[in-house]
Design a protein around this ligand. Structure first.
Ligand code: LLP
Length: 463
């Protein structure tokens, strides 16, 4: 493919429009280890590889767009979480971030449990052999059928989210002659510093039962009376993509206060607390996530301290990281289709995917980076917006980033940190075919979720 120079676009900091960018990176060929998975590497000749396989080969074999998931990185992150929390606590991977049967097998092999929030996720977990007792079942409006399936399967816990659900789960369990282990999800009134749509612990929202006004205490009262339920603890999830531990601190303190109230009123010490997921990852070089061992230490210190001052035995802690495990393990590989410089503004780079494979930029104003990965370039940086091929101007994958000015149709570019909430939130908008997820490890690449086909689309269209 010939690489013609583009008409002079906006390239220098003094003529750049406003945006989220800072200055162009010193070296566009450098790959920041913070945002790329651990086996990603750029060779001397400039070609990037993952798991020992060059991206050009991956593109040829699996097509683009596609998500490439670094299996070693995924497993290492599972182990880091498991080891950080040790035998005193449980780690439940949040399947909503990305779930497939291979993922479920890796979780089992690495000693993690699984949090599911729909019948579809439960089916996937059970189909891959996850023991039901290692599954937690979530959701703010579980259908009667979902509750029945979860109870029947024998899931380790159902997290109750409303007064109606307390009764529904209890009745289902009684009918099936079982006693279901449950936690009650409470909203602790914390404003997490994250996007409004992914903050979940302030009171004005759909999840959980408020601690405020004695609602959660009343939920405990009702749950303790029902024979079908074994109330094992309290659950709190304050939001997603959070870096500051202060929110978890307040949340843990308030949950422990509730445990103390329950002990005082009922003479029962609930043995477990779950502090949810929500730990942030690096999407760009500006993000500085905490390591699992720091998070584990901070959480266990807070809970131990609060329990000591309330005179309670320290409960067993569990956490539910999704993004922090799978997010950094994958990148999306795209092929550049068109390059359109807009004088005085920026250059629009259109790729062969878009909001159908990554809705996060449009939905949350999420920030991503991007790199040219099929070759090295020493051309000067140009400010780009990476956009998709959908019929919508909000179809943006990367809002502001720098790519080399000699970028041309046919080049491969990759957006890192797309392992979480990209494939799992992918859509068929414009009848796009959802991309495959390919696991890469030790020089071998294996499809774990295949690309959709037009036959898949037509199979659902029965008219
Ligand atoms: N536990 C519960 C009860 C949750 O609701 C969630 C996420 C998690 C754990 C996992 O959170 P994580 O560690 O992955 O942040 N689609 C949004 C995120 C929505 C998260 C919903 N619940 C995004 O793309 O940012």
């Amino acid at each position: 493919m010939s690489r013609s120079a583009h008409p002079a676009g906006p390239r220098h900091a003094d003529v750049l429009p406003e945006g989220h960018w800072t200055a162009p990176p010193a070296d566009l060929n450098a790959l920041d280890a913070k945002v790329w998975s651990r086996t990603v590497d750029r060779a001397e000749d400039g070609v990037v590889s993952v798991g020992g396989i060059e991206v050009a080969r991956l593109a040829e074999e699996f097509g683009t767009p596609a998500y490439f998931l670094d299996e070693d990185d995924f497993r290492a992150r599972c182990r880091a979480w498991r080891d950080a929390f040790g035998t005193e606590a449980d780690v439940f991977y949040a399947g909503k971030a990305f779930l497939s049967r291979a993922i479920v097998r890796w979780l089992q092999e690495e000693g993690l449990n699984l949090d599911v929030c729909s019948a579809g996720e439960l089916t996937t977990a059970l189909a891959a052999g996850m023991p039901a007792e290692r599954i937690a079942y979530h959701g703010n409006n579980k259908s009667p059928e979902e509750i029945e399936r979860a109870v029947e399967a024998g899931v380790g816990r159902i997290v109750l989210d409303s007064f109606q659900e307390i009764v529904r789960v209890a009745h289902t369990a009684e009918r099936l002659g079982k006693r279901q282990r449950v936690q009650i999800r409470v909203t602790v009134g914390v404003e997490a510093h994250t996007h409004e749509f992914i903050a979940t612990a302030h009171e004005d929202q759909k999840f959980g039962i408020a601690l405020a006004g004695g609602q959660a205490a009343e939920a405990v009262r009702r749950a303790l009376k029902l024979d079908g339920l074994e109330l094992i603890g309290i659950h709190s999830h304050i939001g997603s993509q959070i870096f500051d531990m202060a929110g978890f601190e307040v949340s843990a303190r308030r949950v422990v206060q509730l445990l103390a109230e329950v002990r005082d009123e009922h003479g029962v010490e609930l043995p477990e607390i779950d502090l949810g997921g929500g730990l942030g990852i690096a999407y760009t070089s500006d993000d500085d996530p905490r390591e699992p061992h720091e998070i584990a230490k901070a959480l266990s210190e807070i809970v131990t301290r609060e329990c000591e001052s309330a005179g309670l035995a320290t409960p067993r802690i569990s956490v539910e990281p999704g993004r922090a495990i799978v997010g950094p393990t994958a990148f999306t590989l795209y092929r550049v289709g068109t390059v359109k410089p807009l004088e005085g503004l920026r250059t629009y780079v259109s790729v062969d995917g878009g909001m159908s494979d990554n809705i996060r930029t449009a939905l949350y104003d999420a920030e991503y980076t991007v790199a040219l990965v099929s070759r090295r370039s020493d051309a000067e940086p140009m400010l780009v917006r990476v956009v998709g091929k959908h019929c919508e101007s909000g179809d943006i994958v990367v809002k502001d980033a720098f790519l080399p000015a000699d970028l041309a149709p046919g080049d491969l570019i990759a957006v890192p940190a797309t392992g979480a909430y990209c494939r799992s939130m992918a859509s068929n908008y414009n009848h796009a075919l959802r991309p495959p997820v390919v696991a890469v490890k030790d020089g071998e690449a294996r499809v774990i979720v295949r690309r959709e086909t037009e036959e898949d689309l037509l199979r659902l269209d029965v008219g």
